[in-house]
Design a protein around this ligand. Structure first.
Ligand code: KG4
Ligand code: ZN
Length: 343
């Protein structure tokens, strides 16, 4: 906590994908409340997020979630110094619900509005709990929608240095879960099954770009798992999940291939950028194998690896309110004509 610094109280609102969330954060670090409504159950039978369902669900949940966050924090809207809201990137119909709510509050209560970039907020989520700031560092943001590396000089100064060429890592977990007959979201269900498996049983491919260009690719890995489970003959009947041989070993070997790629590429970037800290954020940062391997392999080369608490890895509004304080301090206020951007 910064002693003596202004202790702004910011209301954060997040609705970029399938979590409706609101939080109150004081001084960028002190969490007064955090409410997250996950739509996972509403999307589960489709095996992924359905944008129209997401938008409608945000619309029905946004005000109850806001009420709950204010009640948990025991504060009224008049005490809030600013409203911070995710405006990009995300599903446009989802972003607009949070932005419309934030604008309405800012307009009616005459409060400053702050627009937050979702990826920058994920990075901030790993920084806000630390006693020592991590900057400069290499940040890996790894979620259902994004897998990219950033050169991070401060919370408001991120530059993308590498990204996935196809699927995001979380998306690969979700697709492999579907192949293995495991429930959505796939990350937690694949990694739970993987705990009982042998990560070395199957040598699934690890992507390395030619000429050493940094980046990730997970679609080849996903296809390798698909062929392994179903064979290459598409006319063959899909096996019932319980009848898939060595399901736990497939899950563990897949997870290990993803983690290997994430850890290898992140530590190579840290060496290139000459930084001594790597920061990992986003939903996949919950993954236990990733946390353990990144920590161990970073330590071997004298690099510190930092992660948010698991509750702040997946989408939440604490990170939005937290970064909102930084933006407020930097004077980066939005006006009421602010727009949302899908990408
Ligand atoms: O950050 P997030 O909540 O939403 C996006 O911004 O995309 O990330 C959700 C993603 C999903 O793909 C989910 O399967 C993945 O994070 N995830 C995990 C784990 N927990 C969530 N992936 C691997 N292992 C986990 N334990
Ligand atoms: Zn996210």
């Amino acid at each position: 906590m910064r002693r003596g610094a202004a202790r702004e109280l910011v209301l954060g609102i997040e609705s970029s994908c399938d979590e409706t969330a609101a939080a109150l954060v004081r001084g960028g670090r002190e969490v007064l409340s955090s409410i997250v409504h996950s739509q996972a159950a509403e999307h589960a039978r489709f095996g992924g997020v359905v944008p129209e369902i997401a938008g409608r669900s945000h619309l029905s949940k946004i005000l109850p979630v806001l009420d709950a966050a204010l009640a948990e924090a025991r504060v009224g809207l008049d005490e809030v110094d600013a409203i911070a809201v995710t405006t990009r990137p995300g599903l446009i119909g989802s972003l607009l619900v949070g932005l419309a709510a934030a604008k309405s509050i800012a307009w009616v209560r005459r409060k400053p509005l702050v627009c937050v970039h979702h990826i920058e907020a994920h990075v901030y989520s790993a920084a806000m709990e630390l006693s020592q700031p991590p900057w400069p560092c290499v940040a890996l943001v790894v979620s259902g929608g994004h897998t990219a590396l950033y050169r991070a000089r401060s919370p408001l100064d991120l530059e993308r240095i590498a990204a996935t060429r196809d699927d995001a890592a979380g998306e690969a977990f979700d697709k492999v879960a579907a192949i293995l007959g495991l429930p959505y979201p796939g990350g937690p269900s694949v990694s739970r099954l993987a705990e009982r498996g042998d990560p070395q049983r199957f040598a699934f491919p690890r992507f390395r770009a030619k000429h050493g260009t940094p980046g990730f690719s997970f679609s080849g890995l996903k296809t390798a798992v698909l062929y392994h489970v179903r064979g290459q003959d598409a006319s063959r009947p899909t096996p019932v999940p319980e009848a898939i041989p060595d399901r736990e070993h497939v899950a563990a070997s897949f997870e290990s291939a993803v983690v290997d790629a994430l850890v290898g590429e992140t530590l190579r970037a840290a060496r290139r950028e000459r930084v001594d800290t790597v920061l990992v954020a986003g939903g996949v940062a919950c993954n236990r194998r990733l946390r353990a391997e990144m920590g161990a392999r970073a330590a071997e080369v004298g690099v510190r690896a930092v992660f948010p608490s698991p509750a702040y890895c997946t989408d939440n509004a604490v990170m939005i309110a937290g970064l909102g304080v930084e933006l407020l301090r930097a004077g980066r206020l939005a006006d009421l004509s602010a727009d949302a951007l899908a990408s």
